[in-house]
Design a protein around this ligand. Structure first.
Ligand code: ADP
Length: 719
């Protein structure tokens, strides 16, 4: 500017005292005014000076500097006309110690020679403020310029008081990288060691590094806040979700729970418990279905209960009917049994007379053949009738389960002889052969019910004879087990199994009929041969064998013959007396003094029968019609033996025996009870009251004579 040029020339050329030259004064004031005005529009101009080429300040806006020396060395950014491309140079003021930047340019004469220099120092605080104002980087944000000063990095801030803090210069990743001429951004520790986020630029033209940093703590605060917020929101959302889920699940489970409760109630029998229908969805449908099911169950149970009650009533009715029926049946059965027993008693009484008299009449030597034949028929028919009565009685006893076995000590050979003797006679009569094969090792004495065993054997043998038109019948008795028992020393412990076999060569039985023959009233085979039987024999025999512990078996072939057998295990006992007295041949009378016998019976024909039986044999017979008479006559006549019926009017045989047994004079007289009664209790009772023996009606002469022989110690005289 020519104005400045001119005034500057005056100031530079002036040698004298400044305040003595008017020109100088004018020039000084003009320049001073000029720079003042300039400073007003360029506030960052700190000071403007005009220097001589020797470096002496001839003018400065800072009056203190006037007259002083200011070197224009490396610290000054020097503008020349030839030097356009330049970089500003920063320095630390040796006076203020602050960073500065000084620009200078020569003042040239018209001739072009340099007469002085004009220099301007900039106030960098303004730059700093400028940058700072624009930052917007929050509390900890910092924007600063770094320049290289004396080989170290320094803040380009004129008023930073803490520049001294960094005598070695400032350094950080951002600063170092930027001053090396690179740009970038990153997380690092700043010059103070604070973690920051920084952006750095190298300003090539300005020869400065510009850095903008903010502390990581502040920078990330929103992020952390955000994270915290997210966490908070997340947690509250999770909480809300949980509550929602809980409420929803309650909504879902509540109805299910109610149904479950209802199911439990139903299971424990509360059929009236209903599941509430809480919703219209599937669960609601389930609840409804459940209630329907419960209702159906209730209906079914009610129906069942009703049925049960009806059934119970019916059962009760039927039971009552059955009880009545059973009672009726029992009464009927008892009545039947009683009837049969009574009937047999009633039939035996006349039979007693019939058979007895037939026997008595047969004794007569002067009988004509026709009479003998007649008597034989009477006897046979009577015996048949007797068998029939006995069979029916036995059978009714078996039916009523009243049949009992009374084992006694038996002299086995004598017993078998008796059976053989009877059958032998029948076989001879029928003109068939009869064999008896009795084992060599049969025991002598056994314990068994002789009466029943004889009944079975006779039934089987009679059948064999009856159904064998020609050929032979065999009775085989053999020991099949416990042979040692026979030779054992202590006999009571031992028993023996004996097999009884009845073999015939008769008509035989077809296999289809074998099952039937053991049934009551069953007769099979040829009708002609059935006569003379009741069809009860085998049924009774089978039961009797079973009662004795065996089993009746049969093998038969039609036309070839039959084999009936059974096995019994019997106790072996010490020698039994030969109780069976064989009254063989016709008895005439007895040896020794005459014996007196009292016969007590209410039936005149029975009294007469015994009288006719006994008197011819040499006995003195006195009779009585009832017990009372019996006692009187017994006391009066002192009989040697008493034969008494049991059931009599006025006084029974039982009472009479009881009375007599208490009379010292008579109490040792043998008493034989006679009865047509079929009840075994009757026989037992006679024993209890003191009877010596029991004889059932019809009286068998042989049996009677055997008992007389035993109790009167008689020796018979035979014809
Ligand atoms: P009953 O001899 O009185 O007719 P049973 O009960 O003793 O009655 O016999 C039943 C039937 O068995 C007889 O009628 C007969 O048909 C048959 N039976 C029994 N024993 C023989 C035998 N030894 N041989 C052929 N048939 C027999």
């Amino acid at each position: 500017m020519p104005e400045v040029q001119d005034q500057a020339e005056i100031l530079l050329n002036y040698k004298g005292l400044a305040n003595e030259s008017i020109d100088y004064q004018i020039a000084y004031d003009t320049i001073s005014q000029y720079f003042k005005d300039l400073a007003a529009i360029k506030p960052n101009l700190k000071e403007t000076s005009i220097l001589t080429t020797g470096g002496i300040i001839v003018f400065s806006t800072n009056k203190n500097l006037q007259g002083k020396y200011q070197p224009l060395g490396s610290t000054t950014t020097y503008f020349t006309s030839e030097k356009n491309n330049f970089k500003p140079t920063f320095y630390t003021s040796p006076i203020t110690g602050k960073t500065g930047i000084t620009f200078a340019t020569p003042i040239l004469e018209e001739s072009g020679s340099r007469i002085g220099v004009i220099s301007i120092t900039l106030d960098l605080k303004e730059v700093d403020n400028l940058i700072r104002e624009r930052t917007g980087l929050g509390e900890s944000g910092e924007t600063y310029l770094v320049g290289r000063l004396e080989r170290k990095n320094s803040f380009i801030v004129s008023n930073r008081a803490d520049t001294e803090k960094y005598p070695e210069g400032i350094s950080s990743l951002g600063i170092d990288t930027a001053t090396e001429g690179q740009n970038g951004a990153g997380l690092y520790l700043n010059y103070d060691g604070v973690p920051v986020i920084g952006v750095y630029r190298w300003l090539e033209q300005q020869n400065l590094a510009l850095l903008a940093e903010i502390s990581q703590q502040e920078a990330f605060a929103p992020a952390q806040q955000l994270a915290r917020n997210i966490l908070l929101i997340g947690l509250s959302s999770a909480g809300l979700l949980l509550i929602g889920v809980y409420l929803l699940s309650r909504r879902i489970t509540q109805p299910i729970r109610k149904i479950t409760d209802a199911a439990i109630q139903l299971a424990v029998g509360d059929l009236n418990h209903k599941a509430p229908v809480l919703s219209q969805d599937e669960i609601g449908i389930l609840a409804r279905a459940f209630n329907q099911m419960a209702e159906q169950l209730r209906d079914s149970f009610t129906a069942l209960e009703k049925n049960n009650q009806e059934l119970e009533i019916r059962v009760k009715e039927r039971t009552a009917e059955l009880v009545t029926a059973k009672e009726t049946a029992e009464i009927a059965n008892k009545t039947k049994g009683k009837f049969i027993a009574n009937m047999s008693h009633e039939l035996r009484t006349p039979l007693n007379a019939i058979l007895g008299y037939a026997k008595i009449l047969q004794r007569d030597d002067d009988l004509r053949p026709k009479q003998i034949e007649g008597l034989t028929i009477i006897k046979q028919s009577g015996t048949h009738l007797l068998t029939l009565i006995n069979d029916i009685l036995d059978f009714s006893k078996i039916e009523a389960s009243k049949m009992e076995i009374y084992p006694t000590d038996l002299h086995f050979p004598t017993f078998l002889e008796g059976v053989v003797g009877i059958i032998h006679m029948r076989a001879i009569e029928k003109k068939i052969l009869f064999n008896h094969e009795l084992g060599y090792n049969l025991p002598t004495s056994i314990r068994g019910d002789g009466k029943r065993l004889r009944q079975v054997l006779l039934n089987l043998l009679n059948n064999a004879v009856k159904f064998t038109p020609q050929g032979k019948v065999t009775l085989r008795v053999s020991v099949i087990d416990n042979v040692d028992a026979l030779f054992a020393t202590s006999l009571p412990e031992k028993n023996v199994t004996i097999r009884f076999e009845v073999i015939d060569t008769g008509v035989g039985i077809s296999s289809s009929e074998l099952d039937k023959i053991f049934q009551a009233f069953e007769q099979v085979g040829d009708t002609e041969q059935r006569s003379g039987g009741t069809g009860l024999g085998l049924a009774i025999s089978k039961q009797l064998v079973e009662l004795m512990g065996g089993q009746l078996k049969v093998e038969s072939e039609l036309g070839k013959g039959s084999n009936f057998w059974f096995e019994l295990t019997l106790d072996v006992v010490e020698t039994a007396s030969e109780a069976e007295h064989d009254i063989s041949g016709k008895v005439l009378n007895y040896k020794g003094k005459q014996r007196r016998i009292l016969v007590v019976d209410d039936q005149p024909e029975n009294r007469l029968l015994l009288l006719n039986m006994l008197e011819p044999l040499g006995f003195e017979v006195v009779t009585a019609e009832n017990g009372q008479q019996g006692v009187t006559i017994a006391t009066e006549y002192r009989p040697d033996l008493i034969l008494t019926d049991l059931f009599m009017p006025v006084q029974t045989g039982f009472t009479m025996v009881t009375v007599l047994r208490e009379m010292p004079a008579i109490n040792d007289v043998p008493i034989i009870a006679l009865s047509a009664s079929a009840f075994s209790v009757v026989m037992a009772e006679t024993q209890r009251i003191g009877c010596d023996a029991f004889l059932s009606k019809p009286i068998e002469e042989e049996e009677l004579l055997a008992l007389l022989e035993q109790y009167l110690q008689l020796e018979w005289v035979y014809q």
